[in-house]
Design a protein around this ligand. Structure first.
Ligand code: UDP
Length: 335
């Protein structure tokens, strides 16, 4: 019989979730993964093949009854399962509410039934909208698009379970996570995916606006370490912002990647700068970022071949892919 504690990771085959699996195994946990493989890929866990401490169940979280077997004997839960990206959320809002809100409710019910000692919710900094920086946890909430709203409502649900049922919940609001295993297919999305494929093909980088805008990028292994700390903390009912606390401009990213650029129009509703105030998470969890932006980009560069079959974006296809964005978010033009 195993004496190890068990941690269940929803979305454990995904980009951040799979790094969380590595992190939890390294910390000595038995790990269960629940993932419906919609965004996640078994390949993200292939390096763990045969590991006795890892069990995977390929199931949609919304199909789990509260007494689902996979949650039996689980000590802690980290909930990453969900869907991302702005444009598809504007096009298909009901899917986002279903997966990110209702899916969270299912995970909460399972966790409650299992009597877990901690449930950590993977929240998004997009709840702050166009925020003052550096952004603290008590900043006003102003979601700008359905993805942001759905992630925030998932978080609210988690705290409701804390309040009503006494479920020990913490939430970590992620700023811009980047790193290996980030998805390479699907909708136009995160800048790293777009640029790495462009680099591989020797095409110019499609810089939005003048490239001076900056993001609080945090390498994915640092993200996973923070979530483990939130899962092990004695504190409950907490929200922590999670970033490197050191925003980097798009022009800086291009400097590191090297190559030509071409400009595409600035998108309405996009912040010029995201920047997490990480005072609270440093103080409460003793967490701090370990991987520099330069090292993180270099680690991704080593695996640039994973972009072989990724879509190649250019100004024309980006204009087409972001049409709905401009349509619904350009409030000034719409008036
Ligand atoms: N970006 C860019 N070119 C692209 C895609 C994104 O210059 O083809 C910029 C975008 O303007 C933003 C940053 O990269 O400043 C990060 O964008 P992403 O969509 O990855 O994250 P988010 O804007 O949601 O923080």
């Amino acid at each position: 019989m195993t004496t190890k504690e068990t941690i269940l990771i929803t979305g454990g085959a995904g980009f951040i979730g799979s790094h969380m699996v590595d992190c939890a195994l390294n910390a000595g946990y038995a790990v269960r993964v629940v993932d419906n493989l919609s965004g996640g890929r078994e390949a993200n866990l292939a390096h763990l093949g045969g590991n006795q401490d890892l069990d995977c169940e390929w199931v949609d979280i919304r199909e789990l009854a509260p007494d689902a077997k996979v949650f039996k004997g689980v000590d802690r839960v980290v909930h990453f399962a969900g869907i991302g990206d702005i444009v598809p959320s504007i096009e298909r809002p009901t899917d986002y509410m279903s997966v990110n809100v209702q899916g969270t409710v299912h995970a909460l019910e399972c966790a409650r039934e299992a009597g877990v000692s901690k449930f950590v919710y993977a929240a998004s900094s997009s709840c702050y909208g166009l925020a003052d920086v550096p952004t603290r946890e008590d900043h006003p909430i102003q979601p700008q698009y359905p993805y942001a709203l759905s992630k925030y409502m998932g978080e609210q649900s988690a705290f409701h379970w804390h309040q009503v049922y006494g479920l020990p919940v913490n939430s970590v609001r992620i700023f811009n996570a980047y790193g290996t295993r980030v998805r390479t297919t699907g909708a136009y999305g995160a800048v790293f995916g777009v640029f790495f494929k462009q680099k591989l093909e020797g095409r110019p980088y499609t810089v939005v606006g003048d490239g001076t805008q900056s993001r609080d990028f945090l390498y994915v292994t640092d993200v996973a370490a923070a979530f483990l700390a939130a899962a092990e903390s004695g504190m409950t009912g907490q929200v922590w912002n999670l970033g490197a606390g050191n925003p980097q401009s798009i022009n800086r990213l291009i400097e590191l990647l090297g190559g030509d650029k071409v400009h595409v129009p600035k998108r309405p509703g996009e912040p010029d700068c995201t920047w997490a105030d990480i005072t609270a998470i440093g103080r409460d969890l003793g967490w701090s970022p370990r991987v520099s932006f330069e090292d993180g980009v270099a680690m991704m560069m080593k695996e640039i071949d994973v972009w072989k079959d990724a879509p190649l974006w250019d100004p024309a296809s980006i204009a087409e892919a972001t049409k709905t964005w401009f349509e619904h978010m350009d409030k000034e033009r719409a008036q």
